[in-house]
Design a protein around this ligand. Structure first.
Ligand SMILES: Nc1nc2c(ncn2[C@@H]2O[C@H](COP(=O)(O)OP(=O)(O)OP(=O)(O)O)[C@@H](O)[C@H]2O)c(=O)[nH]1
Length: 624
């Protein structure tokens, strides 16, 4: 634990006029963590020798993937070195926002805890779609925006071009855009001065009942849940009993304080202050982001606005490769959920894959991160079924179903099927307009509009079915634009669409793991592709095995795996020898690697191959 530098004032009840609450909005890799590091150093909060790169990103996976998932707040004392407030020590609370599209709600709560934001843009790249989306969010919240171009030390930096772009977006002059290098520290002092001079101090009613907004909550295995709050009105004191306004649950405040950047306990937090609290709860779902905390006695009656329950948008079945790992998978999910209020799951069984869970995620990155943590931190080998969205199905008899698993798509007379839609924003160089429009069109997109950000960069807006982008949309977008496009999307509701369920049958038995819900026009192509692929991957059996794709009872594609007589292994494979050999070797490992689907033995690898490849299950990976 680093010693607290002497110049940090006691955290409780700082005069709100001396507080500045701000966050940094930036695209992945534009240098937010590096800038935060420089600020920690310059304000003396972390001494040089304790500095390690990206001090604030704690989770291993975050560090490795270079993404920030959990926001945190750090208190920085800063006496401006010039301007009207020169020499008077202010408290800057820097709130770290997650930068990814899946975590928009968390971003919106971090923004709600601030009066201003530093808009940080790579001077060699320009603004990206998610940054733009977050900038709009900040503008809607009336935050003061300080535009900053980072990495001006890079030879490829184009400060003039991108200052102009930022100035146009925000409505300021290009020379008001600050140019810094988080790497060398150039301009960072000036930025801190600007934060004090330009961002308004928080305003709240000191003698009103306490109201504090939760903008983050993090599970710590030693301390339980650590909740990050911004006090809006009144004050919260150590040892008092508090109430969570969305659930009415009450807790005792065991500890309260601020991060500097390590936890520094205090007697309490007053108007405008940002800090953490610990109540002994063990599960982040009891301390929900966006909720309002008040005192149990003489508490507030009206909660602060903006609370939303996290809503999973994308579902996937997760199955242990080895069926006997099922209890470990359950335990691992239980543990992850302590720290991830948006993660939901329930047990499910699949005839093909055995026992597993249907897991709900905020989006694809969330899915990737969870899967990676399960595999890495808990040592589990998993099969994930192709991700799908949630459908609402209205039957002719008036009943309604929410479908999170394609194999549960109702049979019978359907009146209407609704699918979620999003508003997607793509930013790219204008030379790719044609390619982007073509891609969006093939994904059933409806164009909403297009704007030029600068001479050669455009913002294109589309309404798209979520199902069309959760698969491989982003990969295609990147490859069609040589990596230059960026994407952001937000849910905007649902639409009725001509959707059907395609089933795959092996020897007449449905393979539930391969069922998909797709648009009628794409059903045939999916069926043909999957049937051909399965024919290639499933070894011949002692009898003839028809592989069929069907909509209801109507078969739309068919292949046949011919029968073999025993012991002609070498002949049973055509095509790519090395791949097949690998399959064969795996197959030898024993029965547990084979799954019985009805009477047919299917190597586990066939499932994995079909579910994980782009052209099969349509699953895609990658950072956005
Ligand atoms: N040349 C140069 N490189 C920089 C500068 N600032 C950051 N970088 C580099 O850019 C890369 C990304 O920086 P990070 O600070 O990790 O970016 P980030 O925005 O925090 O990324 P996330 O944590 O994923 O949101 C790192 O390799 C940094 O060393 C800069 O001013 N100049």
């Amino acid at each position: 634990m680093p010693a607290t530098p002497k110049n940090v004032p006691e955290p409780s009840r700082t005069d709100p006029a001396l507080i500045r609450n701000f966050c940094i909005i930036a695209h992945i890799d534009h240098g937010k963590s590096t800038l935060a590091d420089r600020m920690l150093q310059l304000t003396g909060v972390v001494e040089q020798r304790q500095m390690r790169a990206q001090y604030l990103d704690r989770m291993d996976i975050e560090r490795e993937r270079g993404i920030t998932i959990k926001s945190q707040a750090v208190r920085l004392p800063w006496a401006p070195t010039e301007g009207a407030q020169q020499g008077s020590t202010h408290i800057l609370n820097m709130i770290d926002t997650p930068g990814h599209v899946d975590f928009t709600y968390e971003v919106s709560r971090s923004l709600a805890a601030c009066e201003g934001t530093v808009l940080l843009v790579d001077a060699a790249q320009g603004i990206e779609a998610q940054t733009l989306a977050n900038l709009y969010l900040a503008m809607e919240n009336d935050l003061k925006i300080i535009p900053v171009l980072n990495k001006i030390d890079l030879p490829a930096a184009q400060p003039e071009k991108f200052s102009e772009e930022l100035a146009n977006l925000i409505g300021c002059e290009p020379d008001e855009v600050l140019k810094v290098s988080a790497k060398t520290g150039l301009g960072v002092e000036e930025l801190l001065n600007k934060v004090v001079a330009e961002i308004p101090a928080p305003v709240g009613v000191a003698d009103a009942p306490a109201r504090a907004m939760i903008f983050d909550s993090v599970y710590d295995s030693y301390r339980g849940v650590v909740t990050y709050v911004r006090v809006v009105d009144g004050q919260l004191n150590k040892r008092e009993r508090i109430r969570m306004m969305s659930t009415n649950a009450t807790h005792e405040l065991l500890e309260i304080g601020s991060n500097s950047p390590e936890m520094l306990p205090a007697d309490g937090l007053g108007v405008g202050e940002v800090g953490y609290l610990i109540t002994g709860v063990k599960d982040v779902r009891q301390s929900k982001v966006g909720d309002t905390i008040t005192s149990l006695h003489k508490g507030a009656e009206e909660a602060l606005g903006g609370y939303k329950d996290p809503k999973p948008m994308v579902f996937s079945g997760l199955y242990p490769l080895d069926g006997s790992d099922y209890p470990e998978l359950r335990e691992a999910l239980d543990k992850l959920q302590l720290n991830d209020a948006a993660l939901v799951y329930e047990p499910e069984t699949s005839a093909a894959l055995g026992f597993g869970f249907r897991v709900g995620f905020l989006g694809l990155l969330h899915l990737d991160v969870v899967r990676e943590r399960l595999e890495r931190e808990f040592g589990l080998d998993l099969i994930a079924t192709a991700p799908n969205v949630v459908y609402r199905v209205l039957m002719e008899d008036g009943t309604e179903h929410q479908v999170t698993n394609p194999s549960e798509f109702p049979e019978g007379k359907l009146a209407e099927v609704y699918e979620p839609v999003v508003r997607a924003t793509v930013l790219a160089p204008s030379e790719f307009i044609g390619a982007i429009m073509e891609l969006c069109q093939t994904r059933r997109g409806v164009m909403l509009g297009m704007d030029y950000l600068s001479e050669d960069r455009v913002e294109i807006r589309y309404t798209l079915p979520l199902a069309e982008i959760v698969f491989d949309f982003f990969d295609h977008l990147k490859s069609k634009t040589r990596g230059y496009a960026s994407l952001d999307y937000e849910p905007t509701g649902e639409q009725s669409a001509d959707l059907v369920k395609v089933d795959i049958l092996l020897h007449g038995d449905k393979v539930d793991a391969f069922s998909v819900i797709t648009h009628k026009d794409q059903a045939y192509a999916y069926g043909v592709r999957l049937v051909a692929k399965l024919k290639e991957l499933i070894p011949r059996q002692n009898f003839e095995v028809p592989v069929q794709a069907a909509i209801g009872s109507r078969v739309i594609a068919r292949e046949t795996i011919r029968a073999i007589r025993k012991d002609v292994l070498a002949k049973c494979y055509g095509g790519d020898i090395s791949r097949k050999r690998k399959l064969l070797e795996k197959q030898k490992e024993g029965k547990k690697r084979m799954k019985m689907v009805g009477a047919v033995e299917v190597p586990q690898e066939a499932f994995i191959a079909v579910l994980s490849s782009d052209d099969g299950g349509g699953q895609s990976k990658g950072k956005k």
